[in-house]
Design a protein around this ligand. Structure first.
Ligand code: ATP
Ligand code: MG
Length: 192
């Protein structure tokens, strides 16, 4: 089983949105399950207990497990990352997210110290292509030595709707569908 963890110590960066739409992109192609470490969390509430494990549940055998983490469990992250293959850090191209990502990376590197196979990627989310902040923020994150996915997720109202929609972004927004499929392909190639 492959395991992808979605983490950022900051709230509201899009962790649950990414986890849910990654799930909807892959659910017809492979045996994929979600785990929400927040027992009252968005992912659990959005998808129902049937497909989503809670924090202390015993996990069955699946091809892929996507773990959504809440900001308040941040100190538990190294333990969560011990058996993971990849951690995705969604971040907006904003100063507050940039300031928080250093601490996030410190904790993730503690996890990497116990799990050398862990792959670490930043995912730019809620991107607004019109602001001049984009390039300097990308440069700064690059200088921290962490790789970012080429695919970026734009700011689209339909991502908010997707959380409670039966198939996530699918059927709501063709541009979002396209970028999410592209992201998913990029994620899968990192495993090969
Ligand atoms: N690409 C996007 N475009 C527009 N809105 C987005 C996008 N990504 C996330 N959002 C919105 O931003 C808000 C926060 O997203 P989400 O709940 O996924 O963040 P989170 O990191 O899981 O938060 P928490 O840390 O509180 O669990 C939600 O209202 C969501 O709909
Ligand atoms: Mg969340």
């Amino acid at each position: 089983m492959r395991t992808i963890v979605i983490a950022h110590q900051k709230g509201g960066v899009g962790k649950s949105t990414i986890a849910i739409n990654l799930y909807h992109t892959l659910k017809d192609k492979m045996d994929v399950a979600l785990q929400d470490f927040d027992n009252q969390g968005t992912t659990l509430r959005a998808l129902g207990d049937a497909t989503v494990y809670k924090k202390n549940d015993k996990i069955g055998e699946h091809q892929l497990l996507i773990i959504d983490t809440p900001p308040y469990l941040f100190n538990e992250l190294p333990a969560i990352l011990k058996n993971a293959d990849m951690v995705i850090i969604p971040t907006r191209k904003s100063i507050p997210d940039l300031l928080a990502i250093g601490d996030t990376l410190d904790i993730i590197y503690q996890g990497k110290a116990r799990n050398n196979n862990l792959k670490i990627f930043v995912l730019y989310n809620q991107v607004d292509t019109r602001t001049s902040l984009n390039e300097p923020i990308e440069e700064k994150i690059k200088s921290m030595g962490v790789e970012a996915f080429k695919t970026q997720i734009n700011n689209r109202v339909n991502y908010s709707r997707s959380i409670t929609s039966e198939n996530g972004i699918y059927g709501l927004d063709t541009k979002a569908e396209k970028e999410f499929k592209e992201l998913t392909n990029e994620i899968l190639t990192k495993f090969i």
